[in-house]
Write a protein that binds this ligand. Structure first.
Ligand SMILES: Cc1cc2nc3c(=O)[nH]c(=O)nc-3n(C[C@H](O)[C@H](O)[C@H](O)COP(=O)(O)OP(=O)(O)OC[C@H]3O[C@@H](n4cnc5c(N)ncnc54)[C@H](O)[C@@H]3O)c2cc1C
Length: 279
C-alpha cells in the first residue's frame, strides 16, 4: 500500500471516515513497534524457500535463515510488476506512470488515465480536482469497478472515453506528448495530448514459490479454510495471498484473516488450548 498508493484516500476502513494508505500503514507500523518483545522485524528479506525439517519450518532468503514452529503467509501478490502497454518506445518516456506516488506531480497538468477498474477510477477521481484535465480511457463500454465509484465518476468532470484502446505513443525523447487511441467498434482514432499518462492495467504477480513450497494453489493464491489454515499443518495464511470462494480484495478482510490466522496458530502451538494471541 505504501509503495503503490501512499496518497490514495481509503474510505472503507472501519473507524476512519477517510485516511490515506500511507497514514494507515504508519499507524500499523507504530502498533507493531509498540510490541518489540513479541515481534522481531527483519526488513529486506525476500523469502524464496520454505522447508519443513523435522518439526520445524525453515524459511530462507538471500541473507538469512529463519527457523520457526509455525508460519503465517501474508505475502499479498508477492513481488509484482505492472502490466505494460507494450507499445513502441514505452520504456523511453519518463512521464508514463504505473502507480501514482505523489499527487503533487499532477497539479495543473493534462492527465490521461488508461484502465477501467477500481484503481483507474480512484486515480482519475483523486486527480480531477488537482489536474488541469483528466481523461479516462477504457477499452470496454462497461467499467468493472464498484458501482458507487462509477456513479461518482460519471458525475465528475473527468472526460470519459470508452471502447477505445491505445495504439501509438508520440513524444520527444523522454517526454510523451500524446497518445493515439483507436475505437474497438469502428477503428476510428483520436489523438489525446497529455503531460502525464497513467497506465492502470493491474499487476502481474510473480508468486511462483507457493507451489514449490507444497501448498494448494489456485490462480497463484493459497487456499485457506475458515480458520485461515492452509492444508499444511502449521502453515496459516492471511490477506491477498489467500483464496476461497467469493473472497474480496479488501484491506479489512486481510486484517481479519490475520487475526484468525494468529488465533489458529496459537491453538496449533498450544495443542488446541485456546489462548488470546496478543493482549
Ligand atoms: C491501487 C490499489 C488500490 C486499492 N485500494 C483499496 C481500498 O481503497 N480499500 C481496500 O480495502 N483495499 C484496497 N486495495 C487492496 C489492498 O491494497 C489489499 O487488499 C491489501 O494491501 C492486501 O494486504 P496484504 O498484506 O495481503 O498484501 P500486501 O499489501 O501486498 O503486502 C504483502 C507484503 O509482503 C511482501 N512480500 C511479498 N513476497 C514476499 C516474500 N517472498 N518474502 C518476504 N516478503 C514478501 C511484499 O513486499 C509486501 O510488503 C487496493 C489495491 C490497489 C492495488
Amino acid at each position: 500500500m505504501s509503495n503503490q498508493y501512499p496518497e490514495k484516500i481509503v474510505y472503507d476502513l472501519p473507524g476512519f471516515l477517510e485516511i490515506t494508505a500511507g497514514e494507515f500503514i504508519t499507524k500499523l507500523e507504530e502498533q507493531v513497534a509498540s510490541l518489540p518483545e513479541l515481534i522481531d522485524i527483519k526488513m529486506n528479506n525476500k523469502i524464496t524457500q520454505l522447508d519443513k525439517e523435522d518439526d520445524l519450518f525453515v524459511a530462507r532468503s538471500d541473507s538469512s535463515t529463519i527457523v520457526a514452529k509455525s508460519v503465517i503467509l501474508a505475502m499479498g501478490n508477492g513481488s509484482f510488476v505492472p502490466i505494460k502497454l507494450e507499445l513502441e518506445n514505452e520504456e523511453d518516456y519518463t512521464n508514463i506512470n504505473y502507480f501514482v506516488q505523489k499527487t503533487s506531480d499532477y497539479v495543473g497538468k493534462d492527465v490521461v488515465v488508461l484502465g477501467g477498474g477500481d484503481s483507474a477510477i480512484d486515480w482519475a477521481m483523486m486527480l480531477e480536482p488537482l489536474a488541469k484535465s483528466v481523461t479516462l480511457v477504457h477499452r470496454r463500454d462497461q467499467f468493472r469497478a464498484k458501482l458507487s465509484s462509477v456513479e461518482k465518476l460519471k458525475q465528475s468532470k473527468v472526460n470519459i472515453i470508452t471502447s477505445f484502446i491505445p495504439k501509438e505513443l508520440k513524444g520527444d525523447k523522454n517526454n510523451l506528448q500524446s497518445i493515439i487511441i483507436e475505437s474497438v467498434k469502428d477503428q476510428s482514432s483520436q489523438e489525446l495530448f497529455c503531460d502525464e499518462l497513467i497506465v492502470s492495467y493491474g499487476t502481474i504477480s510473480s508468486i511462483n514459490y507457493l507451489q514449490e513450497w507444497g501448498l494448494d494453489v489456485i490462480n497463484k493464491k493459497v487456499e485457506i479454510d475458515l480458520q485461515s489454515k492452509t492444508h499444511i499443518d502449521g502453515i496459516f495464511a492471511a490477506g491477498d495471498v489467500t483464496t476461497y470462494q467469493g473472497r474480496e480484495i479488501q484491506i479489512v478482510l486481510g486484517l481479519a484473516e490475520g487475526m484468525q490466522a494468529s488465533a489458529s496458530e496459537n491453538q496449533y502451538l498450544h495443542k488446541g488450548i485456546k489462548q488470546r494471541p496478543i493482549r
